[in-house]
Design a protein around this ligand. Structure first.
Ligand code: NOJ
Ligand code: CA
Length: 564
């Protein structure tokens, strides 16, 4: 299907037949939406997004077809890493509202059958956290041992530096403490000391605090880096997995149904370890290895990068699920690719050096794809049909642009564009008060790119995506099925079956910007008829001969195979 065929795609209606959000493994059928509260909607006209604003926008999120929201950190913080530097784990950042506002948001989200997970940062705190302040000031404080101190800043020298553009060491000298402290990220984010059981207790207490409010789960940040050990790269250590099991056991016992989603940016064999061999660590892990390879496959017009990585992903436990994404609030991470692949990605997707940061590319989806609607559509066909639950990043559904002239990763965290009015309808404040300027360039500016106008136009990407999501939710095989690649000779087309019980879906994606045809060996399904799920049109019955399909530029088909 492509945008030009949109009229045939509007017939389906209703909520789909999967009873999502009621089952214990609801996350397997979920469509996630990542929200940056500061950037979403400003409810009190101070120029900063907040929970009152977000609550007002819940019907929009519901209509998109989303059934789980993931919130970036909303805790009090000096915001030197946009909230991933938590100063107080038990409250809401005053810019975003109060605990009461949060609770009301949660209540209304649940009323709409939307679940909510939030970021939980366990690896490190802000240097403004009271725990760290006490630790540095008094060597006898019980908090001293909450952090990792050393007189010798050459310890653990095999650990890589992650924020390469800012940091030169994983140790920083604190003149007050008279010692160096360990940090894997910014120097203002001291790592917690997981060797100290009190740290475990404290973090479980934090989890309880939020889960008692009815929260549905956590996206646990920076999980591979919890422990340090001399002679290792200090990532994925066995003790780190022990803590993950402890956290899982704790929430399973006290709050069954809670989702734990791991941010483990690792190679396939290491990332799958976070599901736990017995399915006893995280329910979900982001599919970091797949993400850059979807971009590679589309630019190279070759299915190999995507197919190879999926075929090489070890099997995951039955209760586990991958989390699929194209973009998020960070740079498009190129940590888990070879040097050659990274060079390719930089050449193709980051021509201006400003687009690069650390080992990645700080751009939003539409500018990355040069606003090529068809190429973006094919990426979404992959996103919604390859194994796992998809996450959308706020603003990408309307084709928002970025601002590479803002510092750090702020250029992909600009205010949501609701209307063509002042401040993009994001805030009623004086424009100079906004936490960050709105995108106003001639291509992606809010005057043209906004929810209001996208909603009005039947053929907008927003409306197209809503329908795609609705169809995806109707077929359980996309969410829970087994994927089997077919291998037609034409490598510009990626073709696979998603099978769940007797539901068999056939997906055909043309990665090329030109028309293609494929001959697919479908003998095992001789006698079946492919039904195009967007139009309900039957295609010719499958026989013993290769099944021939032609695809327009970046076109795709989702077929349901029906007997007879
Ligand atoms: C991963 C988060 O996604 C990123 O935004 C943050 O800077 C680092 N963790 C450090 O907390
Ligand atoms: Ca506000």
């Amino acid at each position: 299907m492509s945008s030009s065929e949109i009229s045939t795609f509007t017939q389906e209606d209703g909520d789909g037949r999967i009873a999502t959000n009621r089952e214990p493994d609801w996350y397997k059928d979920a469509i996630f939406y990542e929200v940056y509260v500061r950037g979403f909607a400003d409810g009190n006209a101070d120029g900063i997004g907040d929970f009152i604003g977000l609550t007002e926008k819940l019907p929009y999120i519901k209509e998109l077809g989303v059934n789980c929201i993931w919130l970036l950190p909303m805790y009090p913080s000096p915001l030197r890493d946009d909230g991933y530097d938590i100063a107080d784990y038990y409250n809401i950042h005053p810019d975003m509202g109060t605990l009461g506002d949060f609770e009301e948001f949660l209540r209304q989200a649940h009323e709409l059958d939307i679940r909510v997970v939030v970021d939980l940062v366990v690896n490190h705190t802000s240097s403004e956290c009271e725990w760290f302040k006490a630790a540095r000031q008094d060597p006898n404080s019980p908090y001293r041992d909450y952090y990792v101190w050393s007189d010798d800043p050459t310890r653990y020298s095999d650990a890589r530096i992650i924020f390469l553009d800012t940091e030169t060491s994983n140790w920083t000298f604190d003149p007050v403490a008279g010692q160096h402290y360990w940090h894997r990220f910014f120097s203002h984010q001291p790592d917690l000391n997981f060797e100290n059981p009190k740290v475990h207790e404290e973090l479980l207490k934090v989890a309880d605090f939020w889960l008692e409010k009815g929260l549905d789960g956590f996206r646990v940040d920076a999980i591979p880096y919890l422990y340090e050990e001399e002679g290792t790269n200090c990532e994925n250590l066995p003790k780190t997995h022990e803590f993950c099991k402890k956290l899982r056991e704790h929430v399973d016992r006290k709050f069954p149904g809670t989702l734990l989603l791991a941010e483990a940016n690792q190679w396939p064999e290491d990332v799958v370890e976070y599901f736990g061999k017995e399915g006893d660590e995280f329910h979900m892990c982001f599919n970091f290895p797949l993400m850059p390879r979807m971009f590679m496959s589309v630019r190279r017009e070759d299915r190999k990068p995507v197919e190879d990585i999926i075929l090489n992903l070890p099997k995951i436990p039955p209760n586990a699920q991958w989390c699929q994404f194209l973009r998020n609030h960070d740079e498009l991470s190129l940590e888990m690719v070879t040097d050659e692949e990274r060079d390719y990605m930089y050449t193709e997707y980051a021509r201006d050096p400003r687009m690069k940061i650390n080992l990645g590319i700080r751009r939003r989806l539409f500018p990355l794809m040069e606003n090529n609607r068809r190429a973006i559509e094919i990426l979404h066909s992959l996103l919604l049909t390859l194994p796992g639950s998809p996450i959308l990043y706020y603003g990408d559904e309307i084709g928002m642009g970025d601002n590479i002239y803002l510092g750090d990763r702020n250029g992909v965290r600009t205010p949501m564009q609701w209307t063509g009015d002042r401040n993009a309808g994001f805030s009623r404040s004086d424009p100079s008060r906004l936490y960050c300027p709105v995108i106003a360039d001639p291509v992606y500016g809010f005057q043209g790119v906004n929810v209001e106008s996208a909603s009005r136009h039947e053929s907008s990407f927003l409306n197209w995506l809503k329908r795609l999501i609705r169809i995806r939710k109707r077929y359980i095989a996309f969410a829970r099925g087994e994927v089997h690649f077919l291998h037609p000779a034409n490598h510009r087309v990626i073709t696979y079956l998603c099978i769940h019980g007797d539901e068999i879906m056939l997906v055909i994606n043309n990665l090329s910007r030109f028309s293609q045809y494929v001959e697919i060996d479908m003998r095992d399904f001789a006698g079946y008829t492919p039904i195009d799920v967007f139009s309900s049109n039957p295609f010719p019955q499958i026989g013993e001969l290769p099944y021939l399909v032609t695809c327009g530029p970046h076109g795709f088909y989702w077929f349901k195979l029906e007997k007879g």
